[in-house]
Write a protein that binds this ligand. Structure first.
Ligand code: COA
Ligand code: MG
Length: 290
């Protein structure tokens, strides 16, 4: 299990931003070859991304690259160049079926075998962002054990649906909720939508807390301003940790006495509440160790 709270994109053709991204302590740094890069800069971005992955120190951040969508002419050239730099993972946008993931899985396996690397070393992360992606979610989740996470792409989904985006995100709520459910069923991380507003911090804070409540493990971010606020929203607070420790202690003590349910400060504590507390403490430990 690894932390994927703040998932930072940085444009693949902007050396300064990539360099900066490596110092920002985001859980993941994703060098983008897709929407942040104009068509005329695709080639340059691909080479820059490969170079920086091979030479820059990303610290503890997961080293990721978002390549162009499978339906585009950039997809295979991106894959061929990027794989040589051995990133921690490749992010593929607009995944609509299992076959595409299986094809990339085979490609990576052949590369890993040739280089005598452990099979499965390079992870895959799929962006779920078209109506077809959602209809085929189950097969996508089960496509390959290399798949580590799903990302919710609200803006492209709105295009696919013909929906109108609002600040409430109500128009994408069903899909947002559906994706986190399918991800959990396949033991995959779920990473929440981008907040395009990077100046008004209360907006992203509310949105990030909402994502955490739904079960998302993190959120895509596009600007340095957004990193710490998102990391905080996806981390347990000291009060939550204290309460969880108390629940675990009291419940384990009473379990020993043969009780399955107890009352603690006027609230029921039973097995699911105990398990929620254990889960929260595991996450807190992971954050402490990060
Ligand atoms: N990664 C790394 N550094 C970033 C960054 C990012 N995503 N966004 C901004 N910065 C840097 C800037 O280069 C600047 O650095 P400096 O002070 O050393 O010069 C600093 O943070 C402040 O940036 P600011 O001036 O507020 O923003 P900007 O006008 O340079 O950039 C955006 C605004 C939106 C263009 C930029 O944040 C961006 O490119 N975001 C990523 C977009 C993207 O990848 N989209 C695809 C996925 S949705
Ligand atoms: Mg998209």
């Amino acid at each position: 299990m690894r932390l994927r709270r703040a998932f930072l994109y940085t444009p693949g053709d902007d050396l300064h931003k990539i360099e900066k991204a490596c110092t920002l302590k985001a859980d993941c740094v994703c060098v983008d070859l897709e929407d942040a890069v104009s068509f005329s800069h695709k080639e340059e971005a691909r080479l820059t991304a490969a170079h920086t992955l091979g030479t820059f120190d990303f610290g503890k951040s997961e080293r990721l690259v978002r390549i162009n969508a499978p339906s585009t002419s950039c997809f295979m050239p991106d894959l061929r160049i990027i794989v040589d730099a051995i990133p921690d993972g490749i992010v593929i946008p607009k995944i609509e079926d299992a076959e595409t993931l299986q094809y990339v899985d085979g490609f990576l396996e052949a590369f890993e075998a040739k280089k005598e690397l452990p099979i499965g070393l390079i992870r895959l992360i799929a962006i779920i962002e078209t109506a077809r992606s959602f209809v085929n979610l189950r097969e996508i989740c089960e496509a390959t054990s290399r798949l580590a996470a799903l990302i919710f792409g609200a803006e492209d989904l709105a295009v696919s649906l013909g929906a109108r985006r609002t600040a409430s995100n109500r128009e994408v709520f069903y899909a947002r909720s559906q994706m986190v459910l399918y991800a959990a069923a396949s033991n995959l991380d779920a990473i929440d939508l981008v907040c395009n507003n990077y100046r008004e911090m209360d907006i992203i804070q509310i949105e990030a807390l909402e994502g955490a409540q739904l079960g998302y493990c993190g959120k895509q971010v596009i600007h340095p301003n957004q990193i710490s606020i998102v990391q905080k929203a996806f981390s347990p607070t000291p009060e939550e940790i204290k309460k969880a420790q108390q629940i675990v202690m009291e419940y384990e003590q009473h379990m020993g006495d043969g009780k399955g349910a107890i009352g603690l400060q006027g609230k029921l504590v039973d097995m699911p509440v105990y398990r929620q507390a254990k889960q929260l403490l595991e996450k807190a430990d992971l954050i402490t160790a990060w």
